[in-house]
Unconditional design. Sequence first.
Lengths: 224, 198
Amino acid sequence: MDGIADLGGTDGWGPAHPPPPGEPVFAEQWEGRAFALTLLSMGRVSGQNLDAFRRALGELDRPAYFDDGYYGRWLNASEQMLVESAILAPGAVDARARNIRGEGVQEPAVPEPNKPDYAATGPGSLRTVDAEPAFAVGERVRAKDISPSGHTKLPAYVRGHTGVVEVIQPAALLPDTHAVFQGENPQQVYSVRFDSRELWGDGPDTEPFTLTIELFESYLEKTA
Amino acid sequence: MTTSENTDRIPPALRTEALEQLLTERGLVDPNVMDKFIANYETNVGPLNGAKVVAKAWTDPEYRQRLLADGTAAIKELGFSGPQGEHIVVVENTDTSHNVVVCTLCSCYPWPVLGLPPSWYKDPVYRARVVREPRRVLAEMGLELTDDVQITVRDSSSEVRWLVLPRRPAGTEDLTEEQLVPLITRDAMVGVAKVHAS
């Protein structure tokens, strides 16, 4: 799915600015609470994993993704994961928030939990893969020009473009299936190097630079 | 005056408080553990860790080699590891080669060495544009690179995390490792700034 999170190369954001000095880790107190709630509720409480969290982020609507900033979108994705796992009823957070400010609304009943049937085969995201890598360092590879209907970490801006394998990185579980509890399916991961003119065209406005990005084996195909 | 959906939207601070109440009253989350998480990332896990790594690499050539060959292991030698640091790759900036790190899909960042990402790193402006016009974006952020400097953008799209080993500035030859540490900034270790001698 070409979710809202896939921002690479998109237009209309205006200028960048020099980093502000002395920025606190959490600009407001609630941001720290939202951060900790997300980390603590992701695994044991909701039964959901890190890739499911990233999928939930990508499924947010525009206001939920952008309007409350980074930790606002964490909060919204956490709530979504908790609702998906039926730890919370839909609308439970809003109802409680209204009651905190004294509106006296009816809160929905606590549902019967329905966590995903999922257990990690190991810690973190790195795994070993028995099969030999399909692509070699130095080999030209093309990022597939596909638009998957579900979660993926193949950004739109590299699809259909050809690069060169720079490094074979440690194998890792595949976010596309891990995010929806359809298996870890560990794959080789490649850092692929692209020329800026391959990504953005030969025009006079294209800056000369190179870019590397980590791509899972199933995102790539041979060029010949 | 009419009520629109926008004015009716509940602010995130209040919704965070509501979510915390709902989870703590059922014993699903412990507020004391939350406090510890927050304090840890406010005080212990931050760019000072990365600065120690860089200062050691600048003053210990063998460490520098180990760091560039296997970042995760060399960083762990100094005691830094943990979430978002499963596999850290360190790349070196030189007079003619400049690396800059981004995560276009979210805001992936090497927490054990840099802490939580700063606002500009999470900003759609940076995520969208640095993979398309890095030289212009860096200039807008205050880093002018001459045309002979080759730029490599590192988009952290999987679990690999990137740390930039900045160039040691001229005029710091007499400084010790400990004296170098405070010069080394978070922004230089992501690649949007240089380290300055003072």
